[in-house]
Design a protein around this ligand. Structure first.
Ligand code: HEM
Length: 663
């Protein structure tokens, strides 16, 4: 709590904490570097050790630098050799000799009796085991030290405890990237005291603070000293495959803080893109335009499938719905030309959806070949689309602000047309345009479609509340106009439907909201303590721990889908929707300045998709099925996915027989 503390004290404090932060990396190399400097300065260490029979040329110290080097090498070899007996090296006295003399030559002589490759392998293995042991010992000691500090009602803001780890650099990366939603958090909280409000992870060389404290999360969403620049940069580089140069054209140099960039001509491309998002996705009239088109196309899909004689569908409901939702949302936002030129776009997209997060993690191509191939395939489809539009002279977008043209077939909605105009202005290559269009499609389709699927699954769940469908239909019919269309604003305000939408988002959202910290932050934990996040650090706010906090969402237990969870009654006894009190515990769309700009459209799209389905069809649930249509006993489960994949996809489906509803 630096507030009110004189500058000098505050800056002293910063210095002390900075030292701590420097060792945050847990790097063994750091410790060695300091040791090396001490040895060099004091002239002690290798050269001053009382070694008998040392060859005379070793006594002459050529320079501090080489002394330090030889000291480092000797210490490494000592470390390696000290582990040799553990690995059954034949001559046990050998390693002892090496330890006492710290002499490179005698070490070489000692190793001379061993087959060289074996010695090298054993030496390396021992070094690795030793380094891992030291890393674990150091990070464990540091963890307990900070945990004790947190427990002792500190007056000073503290860094989150660093979770112990074994393998330097890698840290918790392996466990964190295990593809099972929620597993990492469940394991962590089985031993880590969540009351701390935060922890620090080491993820493949990067240190990331993780916040669970709702107060701290809200504080991050409120502050202006954070941005999502690095996260965005990594998405376009890692997941979308943009070149470094074009990623810089879009987001600026990765090392330069968001807002400080010296953009050519003063034109900040990223901020221009944010303005387009706000103009097109947050203005009520513009969102209504998108929903209108979406509803029209979806209605068309439903009629095409099930109108006419014998119009009965029997099969997996989500499979069926996914195809139509994909067509309707891509058509509404991106026009029809892309869908016409790429008939298997849906299949390509959902293949990409499965591997997108693994690409985001930035593994080299050779280690993630399949994912790269899947991405290349869909990007090629987008490239071909752009090339064909160029070849046919149709590539100039219709003015996004044209009062009369809300939608047109080539680029679709105003937002996608405005994005094309921006790409022209910046001069992006065809590949970059393709990658960015694909990124937009990902935002559009990867969350809303599974969200609609989960909602409809719970409504039709044969083992669920048998009164639910009837109550919901009654509600939805109250916003149906005489011509059969829906009043979308009214739909989005229905209490039970809203409560179910939020409950679905609570249970199935798995997002990692990330921010770069641009100024040192002191965040309240809500119990009188403050957490300190250093300038230039990375902070992650995972939705899973808050959305499934059993202390908060406890009636009924947090794993249960409870349609009425977000319902309360007003003074007149009427049901009303309420999410009061859930701030910082429930944030499916992120928060603050970078909150999802598509959230209004997403809600309209999901609720309209569900309502239209319920009004148009009669369903007979025939039981659950697996991925290949085989019967299964249980409700669809969470598909294996990396943490942070957004709305989790479902594994399994419900088999239905559906036909047009007769009224
Ligand atoms: C249930 C559906 C959806 C969920 C759960 C969701 C969730 C999110 C989240 C968590 C973020 C990051 C926010 C942050 O960092 O604070 C985000 C960003 C974004 N979303 Fe959504 N989203 C959904 C639907 C949509 C739709 C339908 C669109 C497009 C029409 C969309 C467009 C975007 C875009 C463009 C961004 C990036 C904004 C930026 O770079 O600043 N999203 N979304």
């Amino acid at each position: 709590m630096q507030r009110g503390i004189p500058d000098t004290i505050a800056s002293n404090d910063v210095r002390v904490t900075r030292c701590l932060a420097a060792s945050d990396t847990g790097s063994v190399e750091d410790g060695e570097r300091h040791g090396g400097v001490r040895n060099g300065k004091g002239g002690s260490g290798v050269d001053n050790s009382p070694v008998p029979n040392r060859p005379s040329h070793h006594r002459a110290k050529p320079s501090h630098q080489s002394a330090a080097k030889s000291s480092k090498a000797s210490r490494w070899l000592t470390f390696v050799s000290s582990n040799l007996p553990l690995l059954s090296v034949p001559n046990a006295s050998l390693s002892q000799n090496v330890q006492t003399t710290m002499d490179l030559e005698s070490l070489q002589a000692a190793f001379a009796g061993l087959p060289t490759p074996a010695a090298v392998v054993i030496g390396l293995a021992s070094a690795i085991v030793g380094i891992c042991f030291l890393t674990y010992a150091y990070s464990t000691a540091r963890y307990h030290y900070l945990l004790a500090a947190h427990a002792s009602a500190p007056v000073k803001p503290l860094s989150p405890p660093l979770i112990p780890y074994i393998i330097p650099f890698l840290g918790q990366a392996r466990a964190f990237t295990y593809p099972k939603p929620g597993l990492f958090w469940n394991n962590l909280f089985s031993w880590f005291p969540r009351s701390t409000g935060a922890c620090t992870l080491t993820l493949g060389g990067r240190t990331a603070h993780v916040l669970f404290s709702p107060s701290a999360i809200q504080a991050v969403f409120r502050t202006k000293h954070v941005s999502r620049k690095m996260g965005n940069f990594q998405v376009v580089r890692g997941a979308l495959g943009l070149s470094q140069e074009e990623a810089i054209m879009l987001y600026g140099h990765p090392g330069v803080r968001d807002g400080d960039e010296d953009w050519p001509g003063g034109f900040n491309v990223h901020h221009a893109q944010e303005r387009i998002n706000m103009e097109s996705l947050l203005r009520t009239d513009r969102v209504s335009e998108l929903t209108e088109r979406f509803v029209e196309v979806l209605n068309g899909c439903y009629s095409r499938e099930l109108d006419g004689p014998g119009g009965v569908y029997e099969g997996g409901l989500y499979k069926w719905l996914r195809t139509h939702m994909f067509e309707a949302s891509v058509n509404a936002l991106m026009g029809t030309s892309l869908l016409e030129m790429t008939p298997d776009l849906e299949e390509q997209f959902f293949e990409f959806d499965k591997v997108m997060v693994s690409l985001f993690l930035g593994l080299p191509r050779i280690m993630n070949l399949k994912a790269h191939r899947i991405r290349d395939r869909i990007i090629d489809s987008f490239v071909r689309w752009h090339e064909r539009l160029y070849a046919e002279g149709r590539h100039d977008p219709v003015d996004p602000d044209d009062a009369n043209i809300k939608w047109e077939p080539v680029f679709g909605s105003r937002i996608v047309r405005a994005r094309q105009v921006l790409s022209d202005k910046v001069g992006f290559s065809t590949h970059a345009r393709a990658a960015l269009d694909m990124g937009f499609m990902f935002g559009l389709a990867s969350n809303s479609i599974p969200a609609t699927g989960w909602l409809i699954m719970h409504i039709l769940d044969p083992n669920g509340d048998p009164t639910l469908l009837g109550r919901l239909l009654k509600e939805v019919r109250s916003v149906e106009r005489p011509d059969g269309t829906l009043d979308i604003a009214g739909l989005c305000a229905l209490p039970l439907l809203q409560s179910m939408f939020h409950e679905m988002l609570r249970l199935y959202t798995d997002v990692l909201v990330t921010r770069d910290v641009h100024e040192t932050l002191e965040l309240p934990t809500g119990d009188g303590r403050y957490l300190r996040l250093e300038k230039n650090s990375l902070v992650i706010m995972p939705s899973w721990p808050g959305h499934r906090d059993s202390d908060y969402w406890n009636e009924p237990p947090c794993e249960t889908f409870y349609a009425e969870r977000f319902l309360t009654t007003d003074e007149s006894g009427k049901d009303v929707f309420s999410a009061t009190g859930s701030a910082g515990k429930f944030f499916p769309f992120g928060g603050g300045r970078n909150i999802c700009p598509g959230r209004l459209f997403a809600k309209q799209e999901v609720l309209a998709g569900v309502a239209m389905l319920l009004l148009a069809f009669d369903f007979e649930a025939l039981g659950f099925i697996g991925e290949n249509g085989e019967p299964r006993e249980t409700f669809p489960s969470l598909r294996k996915q990396f943490a942070g994949s957004g709305i989790v996809n479902m594994e399994g489906d419900v088999k239905v027989r559906m036909r047009r509803r007769v009224r």
